[in-house]
Design a protein around this ligand. Structure first.
Ligand SMILES: N[C@@H](CCC(=O)N[C@@H](CS)C(=O)NCC(=O)O)C(=O)O
Length: 308
C-alpha cells in the first residue's frame, strides 16, 4: 500500500493521525469523459479493475449490463496488494496488462503522467488513443459507460434516467457516506471514537434500506438503477468481509430479509454473476491489511455467502 509523489512510488499507509483516527478518502483526480468530452469508439478504451474492489465492481457490472465486453477491454489486478500496491503478477483472477505492459498499477499512472502525485487506485478508464487516464472515479465511469456507447451498439438500458436523477442522487449521497465509504471509515479507523462514528450510522442506514426494500424491489423508481448497483457491491462483500475484517458486526446482511433478497436477486443475474468473486475479495482484504490483520489468516466463513 502506498502512493506516488512526483511519479515516484512510496510505501505508506493512510494517515489517520492528523484526523483523530478518522480515515478520510482522497478525491479522485481524473474526472474526464462526462459533459460531452467523450468520443466513443469500439476498442479505444481500457478498464483497469479487480475482483476485490467494490468501486471497480460497479464499473464491471455496468460494463456487463451495457454489453460492452467486446468494446471496452479489461485488466484485472492480483488479490494481494503489497508494498508496491496493486499488481498484475500471476494469480487467481488476474488479467495481465496487455495495453501498457505494467507489472504494477502505479506504472499505469506514471505512463499517463510521469509526475503524478496521489493514490494509485482502481478503477481506471484508460484511453489507448491518447495514452492517458480519462477518469479514475467509479461513480463517473459508470455514467460514461451508461450512455457513452449507446450510439455504437451498447445494449439498451438507462441506469440513470433523467426523470429519476434527483431521487437516485439522494439515495446515493446517504449510501455513499454511511455504507460504501462507511465500511472503510469503520475498518480503517484507528480510534474507538472514529470507529463508532462510522458503525452506528452504517447500521441506521441499513435499517432504513431494509424498510425501503420491504415495499419496493429496487431502491428508486421501480426499476434497476445505478443506486442499486452502488449499494450492491458493498452489500455482497458485507458478511464475508466487512462484518469481520472491518468490525461492522452489529448485524449481518443475511439477518435483513429484504437486503438479503435484494443482494441474492442481483447476484443471481446471469450478467452480474461473473463479476463476483468473493473468495478473491476475502483473500485481498484479510491478506493486504497487516495493520488490521497481522496474521493474514482468511476466515473460512460464512457458511452461506451472499454471492456465488
Ligand atoms: N473514489 C474512488 C475510490 C477507489 C478506491 O479507493 N479503490 C481502492 C480499491 S477498493 C484502491 O485502489 N485503493 C488503493 C489505495 O487507496 O492506495 C472510486 O470510487 O473510484
Amino acid at each position: 500500500m502506498g502512493l506516488l509523489v512526483d511519479g515516484v512510488w512510496h510505501d505508506r499507509w493512510y494517515d489517520t493521525e492528523s484526523s483523530g483516527g478518522r480515515f478520510i478518502r482522497a478525491e479522485s483526480q481524473y474526472r474526464g469523459g462526462l459533459d460531452g468530452d467523450f468520443e466513443a469508439q469500439p476498442g479505444r478504451y481500457h478498464l483497469y479493475a479487480g475482483f476485490a474492489c467494490p468501486w471497480a465492481h460497479r464499473v464491471l457490472i455496468m460494463r456487463a449490463l451495457k454489453g460492452l465486453e467486446g468494446m471496452v477491454s479489461v485488466s484485472m489486478v492480483n488479490a494481494h496488494m503489497g508494498g508496491l500496491g496493486w499488481s498484475f503478477l500471476p494469480g487467481e483472477g488476474v488479467v495481465p496488462d496487455a495495453v501498457n505492459g505494467a507489472t504494477h498499477l502505479h506504472q499505469v499512472y506514471v505512463a499517463g503522467d510521469p509526475n503524478y502525485t496521489g493514490r494509485v487506485t482502481i478503477p481506471i478508464l484508460w484511453d489507448k488513443a491518447e495514452r492517458r487516464i480519462v477518469n479514475n472515479e467509479s461513480s463517473e465511469i459508470i455514467r460514461i459507460l451508461n450512455h457513452g456507447f449507446d450510439g455504437i451498439g451498447a445494449a439498451p438500458g438507462d441506469y440513470y434516467p433523467a426523470g429519476l436523477r434527483a431521487a437516485i442522487d439522494e439515495v446515493n449521497t446517504r449510501v455513499y457516506a454511511t455504507v460504501n465509504n462507511g465500511v472503510y471509515r469503520a475498518g480503517f479507523a484507528t480510534s474507538q471514537q472514529a470507529y463508532e462514528e462510522a458503525v452506528l450510522p452504517l447500521f441506521e442506514t441499513l435499517d432504513w434500506l431494509d424498510r425501503r426494500l420491504a415495499r419496493n424491489r429496487w431502491l428508486v423508481g421501480g426499476q434497476l438503477t445505478e443506486a442499486d448497483i452502488r449499494l450492491f457491491t458493498t452489500l455482497v462483500r458485507f458478511d464475508a468481509v466487512y462484518h469481520g475484517h472491518f468490525k461492522c458486526n452489529l448485524r449481518r446482511i443475511a439477518d435483513y430479509p429484504h437486503l438479503a433478497r435484494f443482494v441474492r436477486a442481483l447476484a443471481g443475474d446471469p450478467r452480474i454473476a461473473p463479476t463476483i468473486n468473493l473468495p478473491h475479495a476475502k483473500a485481498h482484504y484479510y491478506g493486504s491489511h497487516p495493520g488490521i490483520n497481522p496474521s493474514g489468516i482468511v476466515p473460512v466463513g460464512p457458511e452461506r455467502p451472499l454471492g456465488p
